[in-house]
Design a protein around this ligand. Structure first.
Ligand SMILES: C[S@@+](CC[C@H](N)C(=O)[O-])C[C@H]1O[C@@H](n2cnc3c(N)ncnc32)[C@H](O)[C@@H]1O
Length: 276
């Protein structure tokens, strides 16, 4: 292979990466993610803001903020908050919740891999189950570190591969197209070793703990499946795709087994401070 050929094959496929993100946008705009978040994971935003000890007047960025899970709680703590997300459809609910709480936050359509801010802009960067869906983990970690001020803190929550949501995505993966080579698995962010590698050059010192959250139970596995396959974009679209491919009935059986045996949802809490 000539050096020119090598350059061509090593170049990031920007078109494929853009397409991947457009698909992510469609996924998270499908169904009713604000309802999913408020029913199932809403307390995590409050918990991470408490862990971070967010204070009055601090500049806080919520990466992949969705309908404002962490952003809202940071604003309630008196911080000056910006939320960024690929899916601006979710901002309507975030704004409604902020109005109800009598707080304000700036919400910007944007990409975790290309944050629209100067370096060293924020005292705190937070993400609850958000940045983990950016396909190139090193790029997303680099952006978080870049926009953080010296002495600033990060607080990230990520589903673990061994936990219930890791098990859910593994079940789904058997029925979905293989992801493109640049897209790392989101639940890798639930491995302490992987996270240490992602931030190894960042000057951010990390600590970890694992927590769980237990959503209210459904009456039956069928009720759970109906809820999740209607409201949760990744499953709503997987259902439509597998119905088209004739594999939904098989996936349905596996998901009913999954919903019949629900443990609390485990996630990794990643806390860090940048030297400075
Ligand atoms: C599971 S939701 C979490 C939302 C919110 N943080 C919460 O806790 O409710 C994942 C979010 O990541 C966003 N997202 C996915 N890829 C992204 C990217 N590359 N940049 C910014 N946001 C992204 C989606 O639009 C979605 O709002």
């Amino acid at each position: 292979m000539s050096p020119i050929d090598e350059n061509v094959s090593d170049a990031p496929d920007t078109e494929a990466i853009d397409t991947f993100k457009q698909v992510q946008h469609v996924i998270w705009a499908t169904g009713d993610f604000p309802d999913v978040a408020e029913r199932n994971i809403w307390d995590v935003g409050a918990r991470i803001v408490r862990h971070l000890g967010v204070r009055q007047g601090e500049d806080v960025l919520d990466v992949a903020c969705g309908s404002g899970n962490a952003a809202l709680r940071a604003a309630k703590a008196g911080a000056s908050v910006v939320g960024v997300d690929l899916t601006p459809e979710l901002f309507d609910r975030a704004r409604q919740l902020a109005d109800e709480a009598g707080v304000w936050m700036e919400l910007i359509e944007g990409d975790a891999e290309d944050l629209p801010f100067d370096e060293e802009t924020f005292d705190v960067v937070v993400s609850t189950f958000g940045h983990m869906f950016a396909p190139r983990h090193g790029v997303a970690a680099g952006e978080i570190a870049r926009v953080l001020r010296p002495g600033g803190r990060i607080g990230l929550t990520t589903w673990t591969p061994e936990g219930e949501i890791g098990r859910f995505f593994a079940t789904l993966a058997d029925y979905m197209p293989v992801p493109p080579p640049f897209a790392e698995s989101p639940v890798l962010w639930g491995s302490e070793q992987h996270v240490l590698e992602m931030f190894s050059e960042s000057g951010i010192e990390l600590s970890f703990k694992r927590e769980t959250i237990k959503p209210p139970p459904f009456e039956t596995p069928e009720h759970a499946l109906e809820y999740w396959s209607t409201k949760f974009g990744p499953l709503a679209l997987a259902r439509a795709a597998t119905e088209g491919a004739g594999t939904w009935s098989e996936l349905r059986v596996k998901l009913l087994e999954y919903y019949a045996d629900q443990e609390p949802l485990e996630y990794l809490v990643i806390l860090g401070r940048k030297a400075g």
